[in-house]
Write a protein that binds this ligand. Structure first.
Ligand code: NAP
Length: 316
């Protein structure tokens, strides 16, 4: 248990959380960022960013590092910790982690998302031995290999193009006959000579000896199945929220997305949420940073009024 009481604890160092830290620390609020992994959130898994203002091209990890350094510039503290739960103790919120308890007047949640899994035979067994959810992290292991990418959204389409830097061939498997990704990304993918697309196709099993060697495919229109050679499979079938630690607070919908208003306020006073973890969020880096700014200003208002009025808050 730490004696210090923070003004703001930011849980999760995604772009939204780190932007909030810039604002709150620059407003002289005592700010702590808690992150269980590496700062950057999904930026760490994104090869290229070309729609963040002022960068027409930057790698995700590089942008993450830039925002991280910026977030600490005005005095915010940073600690690596895995948050397990939050308890409300009057005006103070206690954040329970595996390494201790931290106390704060307000909290900004920016824990983002984790990759969905296909939940098919072979997936768990070959995880890290050909099954991956991160082209930036694992793509280089597949030089001159044949890969499959599953999904039809921005991630699948964008990362399949990135994987052609290493792989001899990339086959994109989509369960429908239309991609949901942005047209500019689809266009790039379709023009890439190393990429082939199989529509109406799902993966039913991942097979191999010590590592992936084939995937069992099914055409959902014809019912036809076939074994398809692949040295690796990258799954980009969407995201699940990282919000188990707030389950008891009842601030999420049934799927675990945190419900906020357009000022980033949750149903609990003094607790805000930003970025991809929010229900119906626009899942873009720029949107997350905008959320971070709004939440920080709201947290500042909340903390300053809390100190003036104690429990007698009329703030809504
Ligand atoms: P997504 O948009 O939810 O797309 C998931 C894709 O996986 C869909 O095409 C979906 O098919 C398919 N899928 C879902 N479950 C499946 C299953 N069990 N088997 C096979 N296919 C399955 O996820 P995302 O691409 O990871 O993107 C997440 C969010 O981040 C989106 O809002 C996206 O716009 C944003 N993002 C933006 C950028 C960018 O701006 N450059 C880059 C990456 C992500 P259906 O289409 O049939 O539903």
């Amino acid at each position: 248990m730490k004696d210090v009481i923070y003004d703001v604890i930011i849980i999760g160092a995604g772009p939204g959380g780190m932007t909030a830290a810039i604002y709150t620390s620059r407003a002289n609020l005592k700010t702590l960022i808690l992150e269980r992994g590496v700062p950057g959130g999904q930026l760490q898994n994104t090869a290229e960013i070309e729609n963040f203002p002022s960068y027409s091209h930057i790698s995700g990890p590089e942008l993450a590092q830039n925002i991280f350094e910026h977030s600490l510039k005005f005095g915010a503290e940073y600690e690596q910790a895995n948050v397990k739960s939050i308890a409300i103790e009057g005006d103070i919120k206690a954040v329970y982690t595996e390494s201790g308890v931290y106390k704060s007047r307000s909290i900004i949640i920016s824990t983002g998302t984790k990759y969905k899994k296909l939940n098919i035979p072979g997936e768990e067994e070959f995880s890290g031995r050909g099954v991956s959810w991160c082209a930036v992290c694992d793509g280089a292991f597949f030089k001159d290999k044949e890969l499959v990418v599953v999904g039809g959204g921005d991630s699948a389409v964008e990362e399949s193009v990135f994987l052609t830097r290493f792989a001899k061939k990339v086959t994109v498997l989509h369960r429908r006959d239309q991609f949901r990704a942005q047209p500019i990304l689809i266009d790039r993918m379709l023009k890439n000579e190393k990429i082939e697309v199989m529509y109406n196709t799902i993966v039913n099993e991942i097979r191999g000896e010590n590592k992936v060697s084939t995937v069992l495919l099914e055409n959902v229109k014809t019912g036809e199945t076939k074994e398809f050679q692949a040295d690796g499979i990258f799954e980009y079938i969407g995201m699940d929220p990282v919000s188990e630690f707030v389950k008891t607070l009842k601030i999420t919908d049934e799927e675990g997305w945190i419900i906020t208003d357009n000022r980033m306020k949750t149903a609990i006073k003094g607790i805000f949420a930003v970025g991809d973890i929010r229900k119906n969020a626009v899942r873009q880096v720029v949107a997350a940073t905008g959320d971070g700014c709004i939440a920080a200003l709201e947290a500042q208002y909340y903390v300053e009024n809390l100190q003036e009025k104690g429990n007698d808050l009329s703030y809504v």
